[in-house]
Ligand binder design. Structure first.
Ligand code: B1M
Length: 213
């Protein structure tokens, strides 16, 4: 019975059925299913499948976005119970689209996929100046800075952010991942980022790798 419910949650998430995921997740909790089972074998497993399909070009951005929203709905039901069941976030990411850039669709997908992988996310939104990232690292608790850029003209703000962290003596306190359509591995290397990802699924894998998870 529990296995069937978990399978139903996976199917609903892969179909992007937000209400279905919320309803089934709640039903599974009400029926006493193990929260880790719902999370790992239900929501995360299904999102991994969607991420894999996206990498292989079997599904596209709209499907990923819809599934990510369904994932969100399931996570919202589970989240209040996390502490009680001893489920911890595997790390914390501060994410934002860099200064001068207002594109946020891709960044939001990355953000949602991070959350789906049990990574705590502080989302600074768009047009984020280097100082905002520096301030967050200074405050503490941030493992990874994740920067998105969609404009060739805003990519320089990624370099400025890395420099600002270096100048504040904080560079070794945090890992940095960059991405977005014009960004490349070569660019990431040239500014001294720790990682580059071409899409949201790869960004999630990269973040987990940098967190040693
Ligand atoms: Co703009 N825009 N836009 N735009 N826009 C592009 C990016 C552009 C390629 C269009 C074109 O000319 N063909 C071009 C950039 C050219 C360049 O510099 N290389 C462009 C331009 C020039 C502009 C303006 C300057 C236009 C103008 O005003 N003259 C202006 C700039 C405003 C500003 O930012 N200061 C502008 C404005 C806008 C809108 C506001 C109208 C709107 C944005 C709405 C929004 O985001 N809320 C918009 C849109 C929608 C686009 C296009 C059409 C679509 C972008 C998008 O959302 N793609 C885009 C053309 C195109 O791509 N076809 C274009 C879908 C999204 C899911 O993909 O963001 O690439 P993407 O994210 C992917 C990956 O890149 C990656 O994962 C995501 C999911 O897999 N990824 C990461 C993203 N961030 C990551 C971070 C990571 C890792 C992976 O680690 C941290």
């Amino acid at each position: 019975m529990a296995d069937k419910t978990i399978q139903d949650i996976r199917d609903a998430l892969m179909k992007g059925d937000r209400d279905g995921v919320a309803r089934l997740t709640k039903a599974a909790m009400d029926n006493g299913a193990d929260i880790r089972e719902i999370l790992n074998n239900g929501l995360i497993a299904a999102m991994d499948v969607v991420g894999g399909k996206f990498k292989r070009n079997e599904v596209f951005i709209p499907e990923v976005l819809i599934s990510a929203k369904a994932m969100h709905a399931g996570m919202a039901i589970l989240e209040p119970h996390f502490l009680k069941y001893g489920i911890k976030h595997i790390g914390k990411v501060a994410i934002g689209t860099v200064k001068g850039d207002l594109h946020d669709i891709g960044k939001n997908i990355v953000s949602m996929m991070f959350k789906g992988a049990c990574i705590d996310v502080e989302d600074f939104g768009i047009d984020v100046p280097p100082a905002k990232f520096v301030e967050a690292v200074k405050k503490g608790g941030i493992d990874i800075i994740a920067m998105s850029s969609l404009l060739t003209t805003s990519m320089g703000a990624m370099r400025d952010t890395v420099k600002a962290l270096e100048n504040s003596g904080l560079r070794d306190k945090v890992k940095i991942i960059v991405g977005g359509a014009p960004v490349t591995q070569e660019f990431a290397d040239s500014i001294g980022a720790d990682g580059y990802a071409k899409d949201a699924a790869t960004a999630t894998d990269k973040a987990k790798e940098l967190l040693n998870k």
